[in-house]
Design a protein around this ligand. Structure first.
Ligand code: IPM
Ligand code: MN
Length: 360
């Protein structure tokens, strides 16, 4: 297969993990005879420094002209502590999601038997947990009408506003995606909302209750988000497919990473109306930048999801097999290494995987 990939490495540890992601992608392409071309583009703090725009037009064009985007991470501490900054690196990510129409963010939460002890939860609770969270990605509070902090003369103090807006078609299309995933899995969908309080959640629940009759082969249940946050750490094996709005999905998937044991292990795919994007769920971890200690596996597993998106199942499976083998061989970055285990950095883990793929 011929594929054009836009490479957006971004900030912090982004370029380091991206280097390994591309190396693994290339190794698989060579092995299976695919012709892949890469085009790098600016995004995030990096892009602000060079162009003033966190998602420049050029980058947008390159994404549109590609078959898929491989994205790493954006963010920089110089913006984090400045609430008055006019432009922020994260706006680049949000602009990309909106402009590419990426309304469905697929975040699998799986466990590796050899890493269950890395979870802060008890082994027997996490063991076997395997669910996916489908997060709506272009609506809700992230994109609803906003008012930045400003003086409000009528109340004599500052106020600010975010709006949690959803329309019926936005809810319908994400539920459709969720049901498709549920049908390919254990046929259990949990719709997470806050319908006891929020009007937007009542729309979600209304639409889901209508749609569930079209999917009688799938068990649909409804859970309030506060309860879901608790259930996820109490009994993560309960879940198969979760579907939820943008903000709830953001929060729940960080919680989900504690089941797997490291933020550095969770990949994601974002799909919608234009070019799909594959990215780790973690951020740019500025403290780890340049130290060769960041775990490249979330990026590399995002490459597996990319191959699988194009129905290249064996290619995806090859990457998953290589990742499992590296963990079994204790070829691990420091945050998941066993006590007394050899030191492997970002580069060494990537190189080991490339070697494995070449020889297996
Ligand atoms: C994520 C991130 C982003 C989000 C940030 C970086 C804007 O936390 O992809 O989960 O909140 O969506
Ligand atoms: Mn997040």
């Amino acid at each position: 297969m011929k594929l054009k990939i836009a490479v957006l490495a971004g900030d912090g540890i982004g370029p380091e993990i991206m280097e390994q992601g591309v190396a693994v992608m290339d190794a698989v392409a060579r092995k299976f005879g695919h012709d892949i071309s890469y085009q790098e583009a600016l995004c995030g703090a990096h892009a602000i420094d060079e162009t003033g725009d966190p998602f420049p037009e050029d980058t947008f064009r390159i994404c549109q002209e590609s078959d898929a985007v491989l994205f790493a991470s954006v963010g920089d501490p110089k913006y984090d502590n400045d609430p008055t900054a006019k432009v922020r690196p994260e706006q680049g990510l949000l602009a990309m999601r909106k402009k590419l129409g990426l309304f469905a963010n697929i975040r699998p939460v799986t466990t590796f038997d050899c890493l269950v002890h890395k979870s802060p939860l008890k082994d027997d609770i996490v063991k076997g947990a395997d669910f996916i969270c489908i997060r709506e990605l272009t609506g809700g509070m992230y994109f609803g009408k906003k008012q930045e902090p400003a003086m409000n003369a009528s109340i004599g103090t500052e106020d600010a506003l975010d709006t949690n807006y959803y329309s019926r078609p936005e809810v319908e299309r994400i539920l459709k995606v969720a049901y498709q995933y549920a049908r390919q899995r254990r046929r259990h969908l949990t719709v997470v909302d806050k319908a006891n309080v929020l009007a937007s959640s009542r729309l979600w629940r209304k639409v889901a209750q209508e749609m569930m009759t079209d999917y009688p082969d799938v068990t649909t249940d409804f859970m309030y988000v506060d309860n879901a946050a608790m259930r996820m750490i109490q009994e993560p094996t309960f879940f198969d497919v979760i579907v939820t709005e943008n903000t709830f999905g953001d929060i729940l998937t960080d919680e989900g990473s504690c089941i797997t044991g490291s933020m550095g292990l969770l990949p994601s795919a974002s799909t919608g109306t234009s070019t799909p994007v594959f990215e780790p769920i973690h951020g740019s971890w500025p403290q780890g930048k340049g130290l060769n200690i960041a775990n490249p596996l979330a990026q590399i597993l995002s490459v597996a999801m990319l191959y699988e998106y194009f129905d290249l199942k064996e290619e995806g499976a090859m990457i998953r097999k290589a990742v499992q083998a590296s963990l079994d061989a204790n070829v691990r970055t420091p945050e998941i290494q066993v006590a007394g285990g050899a030191k492997y950095g970002t580069k060494e883990v990537g190189a080991w995987l490339v070697d494995y793929i070449n020889n297996n």
